[in-house]
Structure formats: C-alpha cells, structure tokens
Design a protein around this ligand. Structure first.
Ligand SMILES: Nc1ncnc2c1ncn2[C@@H]1O[C@H](COP(=O)(O)OP(=O)(O)OP(=O)(O)O)[C@@H](O)[C@H]1O
Ligand SMILES: [Mg+2]
Length: 182
C-alpha cells in the first residue's frame, strides 16, 4: 500500500463487509503536536471481544479465499513504523471503531494520495450506505455528510456522474483551503 487513502479504503471495506449502514471517517492533522489521526467507525455487526483482540493479527481473517487478513495488521505496522499505533474497539451488533495515529512529519509516512477520488468512489458505488467524513486541520474543519447531500438534492442515491465530479472537486478544494499537509 503506497498511500493512506488505500489503507482507509481497506478499513472501510471491512465496515461494508460487516453490513454497516453508516461509516464515519475522521481525519485530523495537528501540526503543533506533529500528529495525524485517522478514525473509522461503523454500525456494522461488530466483533466478539476475542475476535476484536485478535483482529490485527495477520493470521486472522473471515476470508475464505486466503487465510491471512492483511488490512488491519498492515495498517497497524505502518502506524507503528511512523511512531504511532492502532487501536480497535468493537461491540457485537453495535459496530467497530478503528483509530490509527502517527507522526505527521515522519519521513516514511505515506501521503494521503487520491483521497477525494477514493471517498467519492465509495459514496457513488455504495448507494445503500451513508458516509460522514470530517477532516480537521488545526482549528479548521470540513464536513461532508452523504445524508445531507441526498436530502438537499432530493435523491435516494448519489450515483450521478455529475454529482460525483462535483463532490470530488469540493473535497479537493476543501483540503486545499484547510491547508492539509497530508
Ligand atoms: N469493521 C469491522 N467489523 C466487523 N469485523 C471486522 C471489521 N474489521 C475487521 N473485522 C474482522 O477482522 C478480520 C481481519 O480484518 P483485515 O482487514 O485485517 O483482514 P481481511 O479483511 O480479512 O482481509 P484483507 O483486508 O486482507 O482483504 C476480518 O476478516 C473481519 O473478520
Ligand atoms: Mg480487510
């Protein structure tokens, strides 16, 4: 994995596989504390305490095609390599929260990458799922809530290509306006 966007996508894929109807993605950049935090929470089916405790173990997976699950263990390995860590909490039938944090300025830290394209792709291709995305840089914050956009446009799903292009643009501009260094 070469960019943070792909790690986030991977964690969100887990949420979708767990039947989530709402996925919340919170990214925060704190230059003063030299800290970047990425929190992904869902309302999916969750995990038992023992499964949650083992979920970052690369040999744990509910996959049937391959015995090793890599998403979380790789994300944790990277967070640790960038002077941070990953914390997972989950409640059966309530949902799961995966929090990763690391040094914003770490020389090896991957760039955020094509996050506007990644999140827009998720929103467009998962009409039955809502996404709440918050991005904070210092005191400034951007928020995008697919439920609000649907309500404003009076549509059931955000699958229109023009809407997607608009969203992607809006997110790119918001990141620039926030002064994101991710
Ligand atoms: N949000 C979640 N809700 C419920 N279970 C989860 C969630 N995230 C992870 N899990 C459980 O933890 C396991 C490990 O997840 P991980 O992403 O590391 O591997 P994977 O999804 O099985 O495979 P890969 O990500 O490599 O395709 C999953 O197989 C799943 O059983
Ligand atoms: Mg996975």
């Amino acid at each position: 994995m070469q960019e943070l966007s792909l790690h986030i996508l991977d964690v969100v894929e887990n949420s979708l596989a767990a039947g989530a109807k709402l996925v919340t993605i919170e990214i925060s950049e704190n230059l003063e504390a030299d800290l970047m935090t990425v929190v992904i929470s869902d309302d999916g089916h969750g995990m038992s305490p023992s499964d949650a405790a083992r979920a970052t173990d690369p040999f744990v997976t509910s996959r049937t095609t391959r015995r090793v699950g890599l998403g979380l263990s790789l994300w944790q390995a990277h967070a640790r390599a960038w002077d941070g860590d990953l914390e997972l909490s989950s409640k059966p039938s309530l949902g799961t929260r995966v929090k990763a944090w690391f040094s914003l300025s770490h020389i090896d830290r991957q760039p955020l990458g094509d996050w506007p394209g990644t999140i827009t792709g998720l929103i467009m291709t998962r009409p039955g799922v809502d996404f709440l995305y918050r991005h904070q840089v210092g005191e400034d914050e951007f928020e995008l809530d697919s439920r609000e956009i649907k309500a404003e446009l009076g549509v059931e799903a955000l699958t229109d290509a023009h809407v997607a292009a608009f969203l992607k643009d809006e997110i790119s501009q918001a990141l620039a306006a926030l002064g994101s260094t991710a």
